[in-house]
Ligand binder design. Structure first.
Ligand code: PLP
Length: 370
């Protein structure tokens, strides 16, 4: 397998060019499309390459030609900003466990008669699988809305098979599976009526079936396909991914006297833990920032909310939807993400550092509040 640098050196052709270098680039793109498609059991023609999860989501949420179906959009309350900010007509509530409120689902669908429903597969802050029993799929069969699934966080962590689920659109991002940032894909079911295909986000050529103009990001796409293929075919990689939940659970066990897990422990992807530190004493966002800073300075890189929302003064929207805006969990919870590179030794060390930083931060917050 070529390295990324070799790819830059050798694959300078443009897949839209007709000469030999262009043909090579076209072959590479074709191969990448096949690999990404196979990883989710789609057909290659159902894959449109994009610049990432945000673009895939935006294409569907903002640019569908829905006129004949009306424009009513329903999403969950805990979607990533690229979905959440699409001006939906209604947001489906979640429980304290970050699960979709399935009891209310059918009433909501009946009341709003949506053209489009978008619910993520796994939440980016808690790792929760929002609809573990596929209630939405049953409703989709009954009410025939268009269903979009943001699978950015779930891809590579749980099996995705678009032929087993009635999904019309599904978003993927390369960097969530250790590919390069700035590449992704949108699966578009071939069963979807052509009249509902999205308008391209920008004006340009006929790349990617005319849905995504602009010369393809070959290296980014190659990284997505390379990792998708690994996820799909490499059995030792698959078992490393499986092992992640054991490491994550170990970390949670080591810190169980200080923490409670936010979100369903049963229905979640294996690499994520959202931990509430009940004795930290944080009452505002700056207290959490302090904790995160101490952790980072000690070599533990974790987040307080989604990376896209970092830098904004508001606390986690996801936790506020789960627990209410006044919950202390908003100012005392961190999200830990593990990767296949994480080792048992690192978990023990991280637990020790988190414990020390927690103690230091608790004292500092106490002093600030005095
Ligand atoms: N959707 C989810 C659930 C995400 O977690 C992210 C990124 O963190 C995105 C979409 C956006 O993906 P990208 O960073 O590739 O634009």
């Amino acid at each position: 397998m070529k390295s990324a640098l070799q790819m830059v050196d050798q694959n300078y052709g443009n897949p839209s060019s007709l000469h030999a270098a262009g043909e090579d680039a076209k072959d590479l793109l074709r191969d990448c499309r096949e690999k990404v498609a196979k990883a989710i059991n789609a057909k290659p023609s159902e894959i449109v390459f994009t610049s990432g999860g945000t673009e895939s989501n935006s294409l569907v949420l903002n640019n569908l030609r829905l006129e004949s179906k009306g424009l009513v959009k329903i999403i969950s309350q805990v979607e990533h900003s690229s979905v959440f900010n699409c001006k939906p007509d209604f947001t489906i509530p979640v429980t304290k466990e970050c699960l979709l409120e399935v009891d209310k689902l059918e009433d909501i669908v009946q009341k709003f008669n949506p053209a489009l429903v978008s619910v993520m597969l796994a939440n980016n802050e808690t790792g929760t699988i929002l609809d573990p029993h596929g209630e939405l799929y049953k409703l989709k069969e009954k009410y025939k809305f268009i269903l979009h699934v943001d699978a950015v966080q779930a891809f590579g962590k749980i099996e995705i098979d678009v032929k087993k689920t009635p999904v019309d659109f599904l978003s993927l991002s390369a960097h969530k599976i250790h590919g390069l940032k700035g590449a992704g894909a949108l699966y578009i079911s071939s069963d979807l009526d052509e009249k509902f295909l999205p308008e391209p986000l920008f004006i340009g050529g006929s790349h990617e079936r005319g849905l995504r103009p602009g010369t393809e990001n070959q290296l980014g796409i190659w990284s997505l396909a390379y990792m998708a293929n690994k996820i799909h075919n490499d059995s030792s990689y698959k078992s490393e991914i499986k092992n992640l939940s054991k490491l994550r659970d170990r970390l949670e066990d080591l810190l169980s006297d200080l923490t409670e897990v936010n979100g369903s422990k049963e229905h979640r992807v294996g690499n994520t833990s959202n931990m509430y530190f009940h004795s930290l004493g944080g009452t505002k966002e700056t207290h959490l920032d302090l904790f995160l800073q101490l952790l980072s300075e000690s070599g533990v890189c974790v987040s307080g909310k989604s990376a896209c929302a970092s830098g904004m003064p508001a606390p986690s929207r996801v936790l506020s939807k789960m627990f209410g805006e006044d919950s202390l969990r908003l100012h005392n919870s961190i999200r830990v993400s593990l990767s296949v590179d994480t080792t048992e030794k690192e978990i023990s060390r991280a637990a020790q550092i988190i414990r020390e930083c927690h103690e230091e931060c608790r004292k500092m917050i106490g002093e600030i509040n005095e």
